[in-house]
Design a protein around this ligand. Structure first.
Ligand SMILES: CC(C)(COP(=O)(O)OP(=O)(O)OC[C@H]1O[C@@H](n2cnc3c(N)ncnc32)[C@H](O)[C@@H]1OP(=O)(O)O)[C@@H](O)C(=O)NCCC(=O)NCCS
Length: 150
């Protein structure tokens, strides 16, 4: 059973989500942030391969804008196309909620994520200088956008 499946994140999923989050990020989200997102009705999703939880993603959508807030694949399961699958799923959700543009912010040093977003069709539209805390200082955020209109 290696089929991929997506399901909405429930509060009871958050501990397992945090394990993946902490293994994948130098500056992970906290439990409180995930719980706030689930309770606020954001689009919070978990990805399974068979019975194994392999990633998660969070999107907010309001009016004609949506914001990709989190996209994480378990390190052992990266480089298998799962990040792209999760991104496709979240963008389909944004479209079905009638968003016209998706935005995201990504660390300038995050090559794997930036390449994934560019490959999908996101374009860099700006940069926030020294936006993120980083080891030994701060680093820029790239702001990227993707049109959801056909
Ligand atoms: C960014 C992230 C979500 C990408 O997830 P992923 O599942 O590795 O993404 P994909 O597998 O779709 O693509 C990643 C690479 O694997 C390659 N790949 C995809 N399928 C592959 C396969 N079957 N065999 C070999 N390589 C493959 C892709 O071409 C891509 O290569 P590139 O980085 O050289 O362009 C993941 O690295 C991650 O969770 N990082 C930590 C958290 C993070 O930074 N999130 C984004 C914050 S904005």
């Amino acid at each position: 059973m290696n089929e991929l499946s997506f399901r909405p994140m429930l509060e009871g999923d958050v501990d397992a989500v945090l394990k993946i989050e902490f293994s994948a990020f130098s500056h992970p989200w906290t439990k409180g942030i995930f719980l706030d997102c689930v309770r606020s009705g954001y689009e919070c999703w978990v990805l399974f391969r068979g019975a194994q939880q392999v990633g998660h993603g969070v999107l907010s959508a309001a009016g004609d804008e949506s914001h990709l807030l989190n996209l994480t694949i378990k390190p052992e399961n990266q480089h298998q196309g799962l990040g792209l699958k999760m991104l496709e799923h979240l963008m389909a959700r944004a479209k079905s909620l009638h968003a016209e543009t998706a935005f995201l912010e990504v660390r300038a040093s995050n090559g794997p994520a930036t390449r994934l977003y560019e490959r999908f069709g996101f374009n860099e539209i700006g940069r926030r200088r020294n936006y993120y805390p980083a080891v030994g200082g701060r680093e820029d955020a790239l702001i990227m956008a993707y049109s959801l209109l056909d």
